[in-house]
Design a protein around this ligand. Structure first.
Ligand code: SF4
Length: 384
């Protein structure tokens, strides 16, 4: 009911001359909803905003809050126009990964979940929507680190003093405890945007030591970040050099919207520096597609040639920064990769213009048990 009333509220008040001015969009296009709760439950309300992002209707969404340990939060979003939500075709690295892993999983992730946030959604659609939002404990830990750093970066850019490192870590771990409790009690079944952990949904019986390991890794990542030379350098960056921090951005490629969310990006003496935080212990993962996408975006957005783009992939868990450079060849390669991936995805659409998929049966389930065992949709796909 709350979602329906928010939607109506937005319809009634757009455009609103009384909306507060923002730097990122014309003031008349903003709606602000104060949520008098801690930051985490806000995501409960953002299902249809997420749909709006997919539909190209919501341009920006960000959270802001005051600086107390348990902040009041404001959810802000801007509209480009009011229209019915539409599942618009777009491309992202995560979409491509799902497509490569399993076509049925891809179908669940990008089509079958649609409208699952509605109060009157069919049961299966609702369940797919809930399962889509599950994350493993490693993803959850990584998300917490990213959120924490994002907040610090944004405060830096706004000239707001940064809390003491240990205080930040204590707040983060407290939030994780709250998330854990909520997920364990499966509150996400009623509030699909609250924390939903894969291990709880599938009753995996993870021993306490492994949960503690996740929390410990978060603590290590945060300590390494706040003690790093890079963070010290970042504190000296003038406000007008910051470009984007965890912002949903896109560029158009041959008529298709390509989504990128860079952890952090700023102007430096040589051009533009992009930072990508990693929180896992693995050092073998190939991230070249993601990094090349960032470079392609930066090239189009700020007209910086590849030689002027520096990418730092910083593994916070092992405290290891790694520099990457991009060449024109990488740019051409990633364009070719995206073009091919889009063509493959479109092959499974019966209406390319309307982004209407072919029948579910044509999205073949994968036979690889290793993929299925860690798949969010196992329950409805394999019945286990
Ligand atoms: S359970 Fe396996 S086959 Fe089914 S959607 Fe997931 S990965 Fe694909």
């Amino acid at each position: 009911m709350r979602i329906a009333s928010l939607r109506q509220e937005a319809k009634n008040s757009w455009p609103s001359a009384s909306s507060p001015p923002q730097v990122d969009a014309p003031p008349t296009s903003f709606r602000v909803i104060p949520i008098h709760e801690p930051i985490i439950p806000v995501f409960h309300y953002s299902g249809w905003v997420e749909a709006g992002i997919n539909a190209g209707m919501v341009e920006k969404i960000f959270l802001s809050s005051d600086e107390r340990p348990f902040p009041k939060t404001t959810l802000r979003y801007s509209f480009t126009q009011m229209k019915e939500f539409k599942n618009e075709f777009s491309w992202s690295k995560s979409r491509d990964e799902s497509f490569q892993a399993c076509l049925r999983q891809y179908y669940f992730n990008y089509y079958a979940y649609w409208n699952g946030w509605l109060d009157d959604a069919p049961l299966r659609t609702r369940q797919i929507y809930i399962l889509k939002n599950l994350k493993t404990r490693q993803m959850w830990g990584g998300e917490k680190v990213h959120q924490c750093i994002e907040r610090t970066m944004k405060n830096l850019q706004r000239g707001i003093p940064i809390l003491d490192r240990d205080q930040i870590i204590a707040i983060t771990l407290n939030r994780m405890r709250a998330d854990f409790k909520s997920s364990k009690a499966k509150h996400y079944l009623q509030r699909p945007k609250s924390c939903a952990l894969f291990e709880h949904e599938y009753d995996l019986g993870i021993p306490d030591e492994l949960w503690k390991e996740t929390a410990h890794n978060v603590e290590i990542c945060l300590r390494n970040f706040y003690d790093s030379e890079l963070f010290r350098e970042m504190q000296g960056i003038p406000a007008d050099r910051w470009l984007e921090t965890e912002q949903f951005s896109y560029f158009m490629f041959e008529g298709v919207k390509i989504w990128v969310v860079m952890d952090c990006c700023f102007r430096s003496d040589h051009g533009i520096t992009i930072i990508d935080w990693k929180t896992g212990t693995s050092t073998t993962q190939d991230n070249s597609i993601q990094l090349s996408c960032y470079a392609l975006y930066v090239l189009g957005r700020w007209g910086i040639d590849p030689e002027g783009i520096k990418i730092i992939e910083y593994n916070l868990s092992t405290d290891t920064p790694k520099d990457f450079s991009v060449t024109w060849r990488n740019i051409e390669d990633i364009k070719g990769y995206i073009r091919g991936s889009i063509a493959d995805m479109r092959f499974l659409l019966m209406d390319v213009e309307g982004n209407i998929p072919k029948d579910e049966s044509l999205f073949k389930p994968v036979e690889d048990k290793r993929i299925s065992d860690t798949c969010n949709f196992r329950k409805i796909c394999k019945g286990r």
